[in-house]
Ligand binder design. Structure first.
Ligand SMILES: Nc1ncnc2c1ncn2[C@@H]1O[C@H](COP(=O)(O)OP(=O)(O)O)[C@@H](O)[C@H]1O
Ligand SMILES: [Mg+2]
Length: 244
């Protein structure tokens, strides 16, 4: 078993606030890992450091055995790390296909190839809107799928999905889970931030739970689901929320 990503004592401070506190973990190649925890726990901040939107205050991040802790953000796509944003940011006045194409120019300048690949990705993520529709006009679930498609266009090995299922109904969440499974089967490692505990538990090989910046528990979904610390810090309320 190979680790695609290794975090060691990763900490991020914003002034006096410790947003991520001394997080150490390994992400196994080819797995789906669920990153959970209350709002403000530091999940997105952790993604931002893995994707090098900003660098840790201390600690190291290794990807495929190489230290990427302080790599510039514009090098990340070439390295094979792609992410989606919690708040989707399509180019609203561009078509779905043109949006997906943006990421495709990384490996080639051939527009015909890039368009063909974008059309494949459009089919792959199973969007229901017309591919020539303007991005600002599509439904939430299609906007989420577009976000995944734009990330996939860069041909990543590691995909970071930040709350892609938020705002989607149960059926749409299932579609996104199906999509994540397909992506994993194609060899891509995925880390997903998600609040719907049942959904994330059902599709993850491992769960990491953050609480106030620190890693509180980590393990198989059923282990984390039964962990008293996880239940009292987060799962308790959320299970009630999900059931209700
Ligand atoms: N760029 C930033 N500057 C200052 N504080 C930030 C920044 N990004 C996040 N934070 C703070 O860090 C903490 C963790 O935020 P975040 O990682 O977004 O949490 P989560 O994604 O788990 O909800 C919060 O208290 C948030 O306000
Ligand atoms: Mg967040």
């Amino acid at each position: 078993m190979t680790n695609i990503l290794e975090l060691r004592n990763v900490t991020k401070q914003f002034g006096g606030l410790v947003a991520v506190n001394d997080v150490t973990t390994d992400i196994e190649e080819g797995s789906i890992v669920g990153l959970i925890g209350p709002n403000g726990a530091g999940k997105t901040t952790l993604f931002n450091m893995i994707a090098n939107y900003f660098h840790p205050t201390s600690g190291t991040i290794h990807y495929k055995g190489n230290d990427i802790t302080n790599v510039k953000v514009d090098k990340m796509a070439k390295l094979g790390i792609a992410r989606t944003f919690q708040v989707t940011r399509p180019f609203g006045d561009m078509s779905i296909i043109d949006n997906i194409m943006v990421g495709g120019y990384l490996g080639t300048n051939n527009t015909k190839d890039v368009r063909k690949k974008a059309e494949e990705i459009y089919e792959y993520v199973a969007m229901t809107c017309n591919p020539l529709q303007v991005a600002s006009e599509v439904t939430t679930v299609d906007r989420k799928k577009l976000e995944v498609g734009r990330a996939l266009a860069t041909a990543p090995d590691l995909l970071l999905l930040d709350e892609v299922m938020a705002g989607c109904n149960p059926q749409e969440k299932l579609e996104l889970v199906e999509c994540a499974r397909k992506i994993r089967e194609s060899g891509v490692t995925i880390i997903i931030i998600e609040h719907d505990i049942k959904t994330i538990m059902s599709c993850s090989d491992k769960i990491i739970m953050l609480d106030r910046g620190s890693k509180l528990v980590e393990g198989l979904p059923q282990e984390v689901g039964n962990d008293p610390r996880a239940i009292s810090a987060y799962l308790g309320e959320d299970y009630v929320h999900v059931e209700g």
